[in-house]
Design a protein around this ligand. Structure first.
Ligand code: FE2
Ligand code: FE2
Length: 301
């Protein structure tokens, strides 16, 4: 029986013992707050973004990337905001913060593989959200990207132990989740939750991070958690991955997630999970291209 409370106590202790946690730059949280509010004035947001040249340059570069393909080149931040919409810009800024914040950190696993997995799960979550008629597809995308953020914490602050644990997994074939439990007495889900709470993420993001491997325990938005759980499962089972991603074999929560998805879907779904994944397989070529484009755009400065 999973004792989530005990895992949480252990995670909080590990979390408390570390110093120098990356923080979200003030400017980024201010921009995100403004973008959250649909009544915000685009001029005000554009001015704020422009006060940070790196952020402004990134917005312009991303809006002109093949991912968004504007008809003609967009050169002003305000036009980028209007073209992409507040939500997309918010997502883009948060995503690039994650890539940047952890990019230079040394990890006992391949960070590129980690980010490709994260973006893959993000894109696949958005696809599944569309397929089932979930209302906030952009949110599905964003939480998909950040679902495994706890692994970056473990890899950075417990580098040796985590590296050792990952190499053991390669021999034993156990899941990362179970191995983390054995090695640390807690997992990337609880540690990710600590990090997300520290950064003041909305409760629904925190809940998905905390429960993407135990989807039956989700409280805030069980359907969203189920979407990310299945996207994660799909990406691990059907795509090329190695090291940290491969080691994270999905396990107990996908059947629950699938039954919830079927119950709550606004559109008809195939009879079983295997057929559903078969359907997703067709989507994956597009997702893979999207992930590559996004990843290249985010990682070039
Ligand atoms: Fe995970
Ligand atoms: Fe994952």
């Amino acid at each position: 029986m999973l004792d989530k409370a005990a895992l949480m106590i252990k995670a909080r202790k590990m979390f408390k013992d570390v110093s120098d946690l990356p923080t979200i730059p003030v400017i980024v949280s201010r921009v995100i707050k403004l973008l959250d509010n649909h009544d915000s004035n685009p001029d005000e947001i554009a001015d704020l973004i422009l006060s940070d040249q790196v952020l402004a340059a990134r917005v312009i570069r991303v809006v002109n990337s093949p991912l968004y393909m504007p008809g003609s080149k967009i050169t002003s931040v305000k036009r980028a905001l209007l073209y992409l919409g507040f939500r997309s810009v918010r997502e883009m800024i948060l995503t690039s913060f994650f890539v940047d914040g952890f990019k230079r950190q040394e990890q006992p696993f391949d960070m590129n593989v980690f980010w490709m997995h994260s973006f893959g799960v993000g894109s696949m979550s958005r696809r599944i959200a569309e397929l089932v008629g979930y209302s906030d597809t952009e949110m599905a995308y964003l939480v998909g990207i950040i679902h495994d953020i706890g692994k970056v914490f473990l890899g950075h602050y417990f580098k040796e132990e985590y590296g050792e644990m990952l190499s053991t997994i390669n021999y034993t074939g156990t899941t990362t989740y179970d191995a983390e439990m054995e090695y640390f007495g807690t997992t990337h889900c609880e540690l990710g939750l600590c990090l997300a709470q520290r950064w003041n993420f909305p409760p629904v993001y925190c809940d998905v991070i905390s429960h993407h491997h135990t989807s039956s325990l989700a409280i805030e938005d069980p359907l969203l958690t189920a979407i990310v759980t299945l996207a994660d499962f799909f990406c691990l089972a059907y795509t090329i991955s190695d090291s940290v991603a491969k080691a994270t074999k999905p396990d107990r929560s996908e059947e629950y997630a699938w039954s919830l998805l079927k119950q709550r879907s606004h559109n008809p779904l195939p009879g079983n999970l295997g057929d559903f994944f078969f359907l997703l397989n067709d989507e994956y070529v597009g997702v893979f291209q999207e992930v590559n484009q996004l990843f290249n755009t985010m990682t070039t400065t």
